[in-house]
Design a protein. Structure first.
Lengths: 361, 499
């Protein structure tokens, strides 16, 4: 006899919609503790080093914001795509290409100072990311290609291009053949917000993106059209929305955000171009977008949680000699548990009593 | 060896719809049985129960007088019940042979022998080592059939097998089916095509709206009697609309409209011509799947055609999208309420905003004017007696009838010159049907026109001034509603000719 039965919900529960991300995080912590236990660490201590120690001082907290900034910005951009059923997986590539373009512009101004330089550099990064995202969008709309594959593969194209540039034409002439460019001039750098901390003005770009996306999603015709297309492409077609233009548009927004995240990294903490301008922020932001339920406010919180896994992994590596890739394990677990607990959105578990008419099951 | 399959009091209820209402049927091997019905009549649900895909809420299945408990398609296969689905389940890039061995645990050599002998026996000739993507639809279907045959089934269910076949392939399929049947395989043939039923089946069960309407021998039936059982309330006297003086002023004219689709599951339209005058209702009858959906999409602008093939008020509009057509005062009510005409997860007022015509000012300067949309929605809710006044309610909480009222209301509140609707009362209760019918009659009285595409003959006879029938993408001649009877429509819907 069955003890419980899976029943389809009549309506996806609103409460569960926001509770499942929290459930996913709790499950991640439990399973993370188990992993630590089997690796021979004290689970609670390891979790403390992972999630509490990194942010128990001002510097740590500012580092959290520093890492959350690109994640939040990219995830906001991705939410435009994901809300309208366009699966842009290549934000990492758009970030890299945005970084390349803005880095190139910053290098053009090498040795020059002026208030106008930073805005140009920032704009160049946004445009770079936007154009790079247009490639999968155009191929999808006009040649019916699959945007998941194209955008993903373009990540490696841009990474190899960056590789080529930093070891080849753009490498620092006085750099002893290290694979990196010259340091950008002060005017091409994001202003640092607090003396001694690395957190920079890029955070304002991210916050602006949050506000703008909230307005677009909930207050504009464009957002309405995206919402409709996300629910049903058939309905969008019936209402007469221009499907192709919309696909191009959401990819451009998404690419621009990723490009801006790239700008933030190279003009902020890094200050030059080298091979590793992003620790896979573009991929991790996909997790952030879904953990935040594609909701601008949700994304802010999600980006902080996920940024903590980056910091925690570093701290745990230093203090406990746990490989920092544990961070990725945690990110993977969050996504896994989130997707798994999404099942509860549409189904509920009904415990069966010993009712007479149910005995025959 | 003879096989006996019995369905006893099977009921399956989905939220808001009884898909199978207490169905009992009995099948014997040596005969070909047709399960006939419109889309949504419940045929698919019934055969899914037989093939173990879904479980019934109530009722039992007996195979050779033993109770059969089917928890999954594997159980059905173990009991030698096999099914060929309408949509092929093949891996296009794998070879024919690889596709056939996927769900078998016999050795490759054994299986190859078995497949070869099966193919010889039934005169199938397919190269086993070519990739499936190089094959025609008929050949792909043969692979699906072989896949069943190598398991030596006792019951073979064919779901709409001819929808993608050419005439030639269809007749080949029919002779194979007859051969299977002679060898003692029980065949259940699901279709909505009447001619096929007449030509290969021995007995026919007709379903409508989840209920079993009749079971009879083919020799006792004619195409038009079956058509009536399938679509209508069987010649119940229906009151025709009293047509008053008609205007001769032409409103919309469709000329030389052709449509050919790359999708084999869609119907091509061939040289469609008709016109509708002001204040007139043109009914387009037909059994579903004969091109109605394609025609609706061309009329609404979801499928773009040549600009001159659709003239509205003498303006060529064939190349305009639905939103642009709305500016010419056209309105559309598609067949699928839940997936196309409205979005159940969105609130009522958001669904109202889907009909965004310029003068509505729903979206000023790109911003949502929620106040305006809500006012407008309130008016629709009260004018069209939807049983709520809460515009914030999610549409999924409306019953089918109220949702349809909302949709019709949304379309009509702009006082369009022409309303194009497709099965507007499908699945509704009598009260809602009457309300929609009265509304449609009222529109005609206000000198507005209607194109009513419907699979419900009674509805068409009640509302139309002129009627034609669509069959395999072609329109019959257009007849005055007074001279049309449901018998005549039945003949035309089955592909016959009338004098």
């Amino acid at each position: 006899m069955k003890l419980f039965k899976i029943v389809k919900r009549d309506e996806a529960s609103k409460l569960i919609f926001f509770l499942t991300p929290i459930l996913a995080i709790i499950l991640t912590l439990i399973f993370g503790a188990l992993i630590f236990y089997f690796l021979g660490f004290k689970p609670l201590e390891a979790l403390k080093f992972f999630f509490i120690v990194p942010i128990n001082n001002v510097y740590g907290f500012s580092e959290l914001l520093l890492k959350a900034t690109p994640l939040c910005l990219i995830a906001i951009g991705l939410s435009f795509c994901f809300k309208s059923n366009n699966w842009n997986i290549g934000a990492e590539g758009q970030l890299t290409f945005g970084g390349i373009v803005s880095g190139g512009v910053a290098l053009l101004f090498y040795g020059q100072e002026g208030f106008y330089i930073l805005p140009i550099v920032v704009l160049a990064g946004a445009v770079g990311g936007m154009l790079y995202a247009l490639i999968p969008a155009v191929l999808k709309t006009y040649f019916n290609t699959n945007e998941i594959l194209v955008s993903l593969m373009l990540v490696y194209v841009s990474k190899l291009l960056l590789d080529y540039l930093v070891v080849g034409p753009w490498s620092n002439p006085e750099g002893f053949n290290f694979p990196e460019t010259r340091q950008f001039s002060e005017s091409a750098r994001m202003p640092i917000l607090f003396e001694g901390l690395r957190i920079h003005a890029g955070i304002f770009i991210a916050l602006a993106a949050v506000i703008i996306s909230w307005v677009v999603f909930y207050k504009t015709y464009l957002g309405f059209q995206m919402k409709v297309s996300g629910f049903s492409l058939k309905t969008a077609k019936y209402a007469g929305y221009k499907g192709k233009t919309m696909i191009l548009l959401v990819f451009m927004i998404s690419g621009a955000c990723a490009g801006l995240a790239g700008v933030g990294e190279i003009t902020g903490p890094i200050g030059q171009l080298h091979r590793m301008i992003s620790p896979d922020y573009g991929f991790t932001a996909i997790i952030v977008a879904f953990l935040g339920r594609l909701n601008p406010i949700g994304i802010i919180f999600a980006s902080l949680v996920v940024a903590l896994t980056y910091l925690g992994a570093e701290t745990a590596q230093i203090f406990l000699q746990i490989p920092k890739y544990t961070g990725q394990v945690f990110q993977g677990m969050i996504l896994f548990f989130l997707l798994a607990s999404d099942y509860l959105l549409f189904f509920k578990i009904k415990f069966l009593g010993m009712k007479k008419n149910e005995l025959r099951h | 060896m003879s096989t006996n399959l019995k369905i006893s009091n099977v009921t399956k209820i989905y939220p808001g719809c009884v898909a199978n209402d207490n169905i009992s049927l009995e099948f014997e091997s040596g005969k070909i049985y047709a399960l006939l019905g419109e889309n949504g009549a419940g045929k698919s649900t019934l055969v899914k129960i037989l093939s173990g895909v879904i479980m019934p809420d109530d009722g039992q299945i007996f195979l050779n007088n033993k109770v059969l408990k089917l928890n999954s398609p594997i159980d059905a296969k173990k009991n030698k019940i096999d099914m060929v689905f309408q949509h092929f389940n093949l891996f296009e890039t794998l070879s024919v042979f690889e596709n056939l061995i996927i769900d078998s645990n016999e050795t490759r050599e054994n299986l190859r022998e078995k497949i070869k002998s099966t193919m010889e026996k039934y005169n199938f000739s397919i190269d086993l080592d070519v990739p499936v993507l190089n094959l025609s639809a008929g050949q792909k279907q043969k692979i699906e059939i072989i896949r069943c045959l190598i398991r030596s089934p006792e019951v073979l269910i064919m779901d709409e097998p001819t929808s993608v076949l050419t005439e030639q392939e269809t007749s080949e399929l029919f002779s194979s089916l007859k051969q299977f049947s002679e060898e003692g395989i029980l065949i259940i043939y699901i279709t909505h095509k009447l001619k096929e039923v007449m030509s290969i089946c021995d007995e026919v069960a007709v379903m409508r709206k989840g209920q079993l309407v009749s079971v009879s021998k083919i020799i006792d039936e004619k195409i038009e009697t079956l058509a009536n059982k399938m679509v209508g309330q069987n010649l119940k006297t229906v009151k025709k609309k009293i047509s008053k003086e008609k205007s001769k002023e032409q409103l919309i004219k469709i000329s030389n409209l052709n449509f050919s689709s790359e999708d084999p599951f869609e119907t091509n339209l061939k040289n469609v011509n008709f016109e509708v005058n002001r204040g007139e209702c043109l009914g387009i009858a037909g059994i579903s799947g004969n091109g109605q959906s394609e025609l609706f999409q061309i009329l609404s602008g979801e499928i773009i055609s040549e600009s001159n093939s659709v003239l509205f008020n003498n303006n060529p509009i064939g190349n305009l999208n639905p939103q642009q057509r709305r500016e010419y005062l056209m309105a559309f009510s598609p067949e699928d309420r839940m997936e196309q005409a409205a979005i159940p997860q969105m609130k009522i007022f958001e669904n109202v905003a889907l009909n965004n015509f310029k003068s509505s000012n729903f979206f000023n300067g790109g911003l949502i004017n929620e106040k305006k949309i809500k006012e407008h929605s309130k008016k629709i809710l009260s004018d069209f007696s939807v049983n709520t006044d809460n515009v914030e309610l999610k549409s999924q909480f409306l019953s089918g009838g109220n949702l349809q009222k909302l949709i019709i209301g949304r379309e009509l509140i702009t006082s369009p010159e022409l309303l194009i609707c497709f099965n507007p009362t499908w699945g509704l209760d009598v009260g809602a049907i009457n309300y929609i019918h009265e509304t449609l009659i009222k529109i005609n009285e206000q000198k507005k026109s209607i194109i009513l595409i419907s699979t419900d003959t009674d509805e068409l006879l009640k509302l139309s001034d002129k009627i034609c029938v669509i069959y395999k993408g072609k329109l019959s001649k257009i007849m005055d509603a007074e001279e049309v009877t449901s018998e005549k429509l039945g003949i035309l819907m089955g592909g016959g000719e009338i004098v």
